[in-house]
Design a protein around this ligand. Structure first.
Ligand code: MSP
Length: 670
């Protein structure tokens, strides 16, 4: 492949506050498939990922765990790196923000900003969200909560250093307008422009004094550097940037980055703060920032405390690394959030990997052995019109796939690229149906023409599968390698994929075909999922100190207290009695029921995660407590227009709230 020059791509660096879930890992798998793809296209790729290790949240976690923050982050960073390795992530550098070289450069950049007047000292009064490490004004809060994560914020006042964001706003707006490719997908660009840049930026608080676990400001060490400034600069410190002008050759070669891949929730930090810091440093801006969608569980956010969280190591142990890679890549298309459950992965594995791909490879290798002792030979027999048309169509699909895939990858539509590749395998299966090799096999010895045709059919299949496997390598590297070795050949370079017929005539496939993906029994899947859920629950209960009991031996539940609210806050919520008049399971969801709920003279459709606790039949006729004015949402593809209220104990058992005496549908709950 011709050398196309360097390509630098990065992922967000993961917080070391705890073990990342499969949603976080989706991002590194996505980046890895792009990195591997670009390498095969001839780019000299440098792929950086890593960990974001400072901040108050981590300081608190370490305290809770009874270890120093450094001991804590060392353990979690090791776990994160281990998951990357397990998922076969081909990173070139794993940066940690506690690396001495990174810390030194952050201090130098901070000082440089101060010296050049971009940073000034002031004091901050506002609402602080600890998990997001962000200050907010009252006006920015949404229903009194953090606009980013929806959690509680608390009032805080601090002396702090501020960065003059307003100084660079106009330049950034102009840059974004002149570079339409800078923020992708375009919808995210519009969001940034309209919600943040055009209304005007406030100066950003760039240091903290309320905790210690951060990089000290070296000329005023009561302050530690704001964790987002520390974290964002990893993209340049990791490749040898030096704030005194002595940057490495590697930095000169790789910067500006070709692609920063980040989740949709942190696109603001990457498309506003980061470019402005770079402008202040006098460095060019990254070429593209892509805000990918999220992987959800049953339409909701994964959360450890809610017990709906899936970890990559559990999945890999059961499904294998490539089945997990395939699922997350395929199910989280370009702009829309994807959904993940054990059941969905199992269904997809059975349909696409066991049936479409695995079965195809197995049948082809087995037939080559059965009919020709494993020798694959294109006999170039005279073809009927019909056979010629069938072969041409197969060859066109197979040789055209790289071009299609390339077009999708150009715009980072990785799920669509995978669909193009699987188009090859589907076409091959259809080819088997069309050519009926088992019929040709019966007559092959009595009719040499049939024997010749059968050999050609198998040659065409082997060749097509090899082209498909070569294209699949960036996404499912282990599987592609296994396919090539079963076919007794090497995976091809991308620039050879437009040609058909390069498989050496007379070559031999393995005589011991291996099942690539065994069909999964759904009962086994459920059993394993339940075992893991049980183990997770036990772990959470152990950490929470278990469920308490009161004096009479009755269990009680203690929750963390939320801040006091006013009557006005409460009065915004409209609760009414609803009567369930119909209820059904939401297709493809293990947890959700969809109820039609009569509230006064209206009927609302409400989706609830209660399937494990109530059957649709027993729901009908119940009078329940409904939060009526909740903003509608779509869960697992179904619209939900409110919320049924339940009590939940620490074991996760649910009980619907029902009026204790007869009440009409619609009665106000106040
Ligand atoms: N530390 C910051 C990033 C700093 S980058 C200079 C952070 N860390 S994180 O651990 O919370 O998230 C890491 C990445 O995972 C982010 O890009 C985030 O959007 C992504 N995801 C978090 N949950 C996700 C899903 N459920 N699905 C897909 N991506 C998810 O943010």
């Amino acid at each position: 492949m011709q050398n196309k020059g360097s390509y630098y791509l990065t992922t967000a660096i993961a917080y070391t506050s705890g073990k990342p879930h499969i949603g976080n890992n989706y991002e590194v798998v996505l980046a890895d498939s792009i990195a591997r793809y670009k390498r095969k296209e001839g780019y000299e790729v440098f792929f950086q990922t890593g960990t974001d290790e400072h901040g108050q949240k981590i300081e608190i976690k370490a305290q809770e765990a009874g270890v120093t923050p450094k001991e804590y982050v060392d353990r979690v960073a090791g776990e994160i790196r281990g998951l990357c390795d397990l998922l076969n992530i081909s990173y070139d550098k794993f940066i940690r923000t506690t690396d001495a070289s990174h810390e030194r450069q952050v201090q130098k950049m901070f000082k440089r900003f101060y010296d050049q007047g971009d940073i000034y000292k002031g004091s901050y009064e506002g609402m602080y969200c600890t998990p997001c490490e962000s200050f907010w004004t009252e006006l920015q809060l949404v229903d009194g909560k953090c606009p980013d994560c929806g959690r509680e914020v608390k009032p805080a006042k601090e002396e702090a250093y501020f960065f003059r964001m307003s100084k660079y706003t106009d330049r950034l707006i102009q840059y974004i307008n002149e570079h339409p490719e800078f923020i992708q997908p375009v919808s995210r660009k519009n969001e940034m422009m309209n919600n943040f840049l055009l209304p005007g930026l406030q100066d950003l608080c760039l240091s903290r004094t309320s905790f210690r676990w951060g990089i000290p400001v070296d000329f005023d060490d009561r302050h530690v550097v704001y964790v987002w400034f520390d974290a964002l600069t990893n993209y340049i410190t990791g490749i040898g940037y030096d704030a005194d002008g002595d940057s490495s050759e590697q930095y000169k070669k790789l910067w500006p980055a070709d692609l920063h891949l980040v989740g949709k929730d942190i696109i603001r930090f990457h498309t506003i703060y980061w470019p402005i810091f770079l402008m202040a440093l006098g460095e060019p801006l990254p070429k593209q920032i892509f805000g990918h969608p999220w992987l959800m569980m049953n339409g909701g956010k994964m959360s450890k405390s809610k017990g709906n969280v899936i970890y990559a190591d559990d999945l890999v142990e059961f499904f294998g690394v490539d089945a997990v890679r395939y699922y997350v890549l395929h199910e989280t298309p370009y702009e829309n959030d994807g959904n993940v459950t054990w059941e969905l992965i199992a269904e997809k594995t059975n349909a696409d990997l066991a049936n479409t791909l695995g079965n195809l490879v197995n049948r082809t290798v087995s037939m080559s052995n059965k009919y020709f002792g494993g020798i694959v030979e294109n006999k170039d027999v005279r073809l009927s019109e019909n056979d010629r048309a069938i072969d041409e169509d197969l060859k066109n699909t197979v040789t055209g796939a790289y071009g299609q895939c390339q077009a999708q990858m150009e715009s980072l539509r990785v799920a669509d690229a995978l669909t193009e590749i699987f188009g090859i395998f589907k076409r091959c299966n259809k080819y088997i149906d069309e050519t009926e090799p088992w019929v040709l096999g019966k007559e092959k010895d009595s009719d040499p023409a049939k024997g010749g045709r059968l050999a050609t059919v198998l040659y065409n299949l082997v060749e097509s599968i090899l082209i498909g496997a070569s294209l699949l390598e960036p996404f499912m590297p282990e599987t592609s390698g296994k396919i090539a070795s079963q076919l007794g050949a090497e995976l091809r370079e991308f620039d050879m994929l437009g040609r058909f017929g390069l498989y050496p005539n007379g070559n031999r496939v393995t005589d011991k075909p291996e099942i690539l993906f065994a069909r999964l029994d759904m009962k086994e899947v459920e059993k394993r999922e339940a075992e893991i859920a049980e183990a997770q629950k036990a772990e959470t209960a152990e950490k929470a100190g278990g469920q308490e009991e009161n004096g009479e031996g009755q269990p009680v539940v203690d929750l963390e207290a939320k801040p006091e609210i006013t009557y006005e806050d409460f009065a915004k919520l409209q609760f009414q009695v609803g009567e369930i008049i119909a209820c059904e399971a939401v297709p493809k969801s293990k947890k959700l029921l969809c109820s039609q709920v009569k509230i006064g003279s209206q009927v609302k459709q409400i989706v609830s995660g209660i399937k494990a606790h109530y059957s649709p039949e027993e729901m009908v006729g119940k009078k329940v407590m409904v939060l009526v004015n909740l903003k509608p949402a779509v869960l697992a593809g179904v619209k939900s227009e409110g919320m049924l209220l339940c009590a939940e104990d620490q074991e996760g058992n649910l009980a619907l709230m029902t009026p204790e005496k007869a009440m009409p549908a619609g009665a106000e709950i106040c």
